[in-house]
Design a protein around this ligand. Structure first.
Ligand code: SF4
Length: 414
């Protein structure tokens, strides 16, 4: 018997906070054709099972199990099947939502002309193809020849990019391989748009020229929307290069707004990009990118769950004021990182941030990110497209779900 009226916008926040268990019956009946979760470049929000909730909302919760030895064990959610073989989510044993899993992309298992497995070049996440063009990061000691004695002191504490080097992943992906995989994903109907990222590269361009070459090559062949995640360059002229190449959206991620916590969590970004003044260089480049690109062409990720509610909301507003799309990631502890045992944020905290994000993006007329790209983020929509309006989560929804918005949250770094 299905419980009626469970708001999927709320359910996705609960799932992202608490993860999900998978009923063996689900794997038996629906597992063979499913898209398996693959490690991407192990940012804070990778590695989940992609699901479509009711009203077309994407969600990619962590699966309780060996990938997350310290978290998600007490998840009340179970991914199962009903009597008709349809995927459903149960909460504490009660069916609350129909769910649609994603089929395995048609190009997985195929190889590029150079012999690389296509899913090692790009993975489908939500509704887009994610390509990490390089798995090395300046703050993990790569590219640099200076005397950085202990590079571990510069890494972002939630990030596991360097760990991907141990998993047989390619350091740098070739343009030819990337183009083949983009072609396979777009023509096979597996992805609606492309997301490109990498670790931080060397100054002064921080990878803008390399990204521009790839963007331009993709745009020459395919009519596809491209979003980039990259470190701010030293000078504005590099941003022009990316837009001139055809980039549709550029992201410089500030990760944490509270200056003291930013110093602790992202020491490399603070000392080497912001030159010891929290966010000054990030904001300068974001402002330029937002003005040069036009509305909703620049974004920045803040990781929800590492600082207080108040400073998180201040960060959202500072981005909105600058015309920058705030993309609110949700902290997910990657094993092997500094924060692998750090608690995840609770659902009530995420609902608080969700409501503020909704309010502020509407107030400033800034987009809140698309539903597919937001599968592991706070914001969502019931449709595709650029628009600030997120569905409401009402007090009645909270009552149905028994979620307490005032529940104290243990995830803030002290
Ligand atoms: S800049 Fe930080 S988050 Fe980005 S890849 Fe490097 S260490 Fe990871």
């Amino acid at each position: 018997m299905m419980k009626n009226g469970y708001n999927p916008a709320l359910l996705r926040l609960e799932l992202l906070a608490q993860g999900i268990k998978v009923d063996p019956e689900f794997n038996q009946q629906l597992g063979t054709g499913l898209k398996e979760p693959l490690w991407t470049r192990t940012g804070p929000t990778s590695t989940g099972i992609d699901l479509m909730l009711e009203k077309g909302m994407y969600c990619s919760p962590a699966i309780e199990g060996e990938r997350f030895p310290y978290h998600y064990k007490n998840s009340p959610f179970l991914l199962g099947v009903d009597d008709s073989g349809q995927g459903v989510i149960k909460k504490n044993g009660e069916t609350i939502q129909k769910v649609k899993p994603f089929p395995r992309p048609s190009f997985y298992g195929k190889k590029t002309s150079s012999g690389n497995l296509m899913e090692k070049i790009g993975v489908v996440t939500g509704d887009f193809l994610a390509i990490a063009i390089d798995n090395r990061c300046w703050f993990w000691g790569y590219y640099r020849e200076d005397e950085l004695i202990n590079y571990k002191e510069r890494q972002c504490k939630f990030c596991g990019i360097g760990l991907s080097m141990k998993r047989d992943e390619l350091y740098r992906k070739s343009k030819e391989d990337i183009l083949e995989v983009v072609g396979a994903a777009v023509e096979g109907g597996d992805a609606k748009h492309i997301g490109i990222n990498a670790g931080t590269m060397s100054p002064p361009g921080r990878g803008h020229e390399e990204y521009a070459e790839i963007v331009s090559a993709i745009k020459d062949r395919y009519d596809v929307w491209i979003r980039l995640s990259i470190c701010p360059p030293e000078k504005e002229k590099y941003i022009d290069t990316l837009y001139d190449a055809g980039a549709d959206q550029i992201g410089y991620d500030i990760e944490v707004y509270d200056p003291r916590k930013y110093e602790y969590i992202c020491p490399g970004k603070l000392h080497e990009v912001d030159r010891d003044v929290p966010h000054q260089h990030f904001f300068r480049m974001l402002e330029y990118a937002a003005k040069r690109g036009g509305p909703n062409k620049a974004y920045s990720i803040l990781v929800t769950g590492l600082e207080s509610r108040e400073t998180t909301v201040q960060g959202i507003e500072e981005l909105c004021k600058r015309g920058v799309v705030p993309r609110m990631g949700i902290f997910r502890p990657i094993p092997g990182t500094h924060l692998e045992k750090h608690p995840t944020p609770n659902p009530g905290y995420l609902v608080y941030i969700y409501r503020k994000l909704r309010e502020l993006t509407m107030k400033y007329g800034v987009d809140s990110g698309c539903s597919g790209c937001g599968r592991t983020f706070v914001g969502t929509k019931e449709y595709d497209g650029v628009n600030p309006i997120m569905p409401e989560i009402t007090d009645e929804d909270l009552e149905i779900a028994k979620v307490d918005i005032n529940q104290p949250d243990a995830s803030e770094i002290s």
